[in-house]
Design a protein around this ligand. Sequence first.
Ligand code: NAP
Length: 291
Amino acid sequence: MKQALLATGINGLVGSKFVELFENKYSFDKLDVADLENPVDITNESSVNNAIQNSTADFIIHYAAYTDVTGAWKQKGDKFGLAYKVNVDGTKNIVKACKNFGKHLIHVSTAYVFNGDKNELYTETDDLSPIEWYGQTKAEAETAITDSDINWTILRIDQPFRSDNYARPDAVRRIVDGLKNDKLYPQFTNHFFGPTFIDDFALVVDWVIRTKSKGIYNSSSGESWTDFDFASLINDNFHFEKEIKKGDLNEYLKTLDRPYQRNTAMSIEKLKNEIDFELKSVKQAVKLVKL
Ligand SMILES: NC(=O)c1ccc[n+]([C@@H]2O[C@H](COP(=O)([O-])OP(=O)(O)OC[C@H]3O[C@@H](n4cnc5c(N)ncnc54)[C@H](OP(=O)(O)O)[C@@H]3O)[C@@H](O)[C@H]2O)c1
């Protein structure tokens, strides 16, 4: 018999891969705003409460979020804006329902909870220090969870990509599209991030459920890549043989009206020491990408 799981955001880029890989193991009680028969908007407290009350699942995986970082910046400071309502109020509604009905919350978060000023990999003990509105809403969501007395697990990812195509281009396919169409912007040599292989991240979520692991886990690749090196890897992997121009983040920042994290690469030593399977390196994962 399949194990029941409550889930938000499982039509999204990251969550839909978990469903695809684990649909034989889990049955999903979806809190889905687009569901035609039983839509659940996570910003609606009573809808969330009802959906969670009606499920036998022990865990809820919370992928849903307002994920448009630029769109969120336009709502900066607006607690009635959609970004805040979905990311903060929505998460608080889920926390309350988890408390009411004894569910364990697995929350998907982001490296954008950090300011990006650190010269090394971010760890789980680093303080939250968001510098833009999306990051701030995700940080507030984390705090609502860590301040609660429910069972919780927070998994932070960064720049995700998956093996198969999704409706929206991911971190690899944005570069592929730019290379194919000769429209790739100059790639920064001084911006650092930790690409996350979504297929492996699904295994991490399953591991949390299997082991009931609690606490914060940075859950990217644990590697640090510059945009230029990552684009070069993709160029080589798919044999595009295009010339990639080098860009300077500092010059770009002068043209941008919102703050941008210089470094979002995270250490995953904590996770790697606990999981019972191997995560792929970024190079191994990119080899598995089918265009
Ligand atoms: N993508 C990234 O670059 C990235 C990086 C770091 C962390 N993350 C985190 O990873 C998680 C998943 O991201 P993603 O890229 O998979 O997101 P996504 O593709 O933008 O999907 C977001 C999901 O949230 C759902 N949703 C939005 N508003 C909702 C509401 N009011 N009520 C119920 N559901 C709602 C959407 O439902 P519909 O499809 O029905 O609209 C969709 O399924 C998020 O928590 C995000 O913060 C993402």
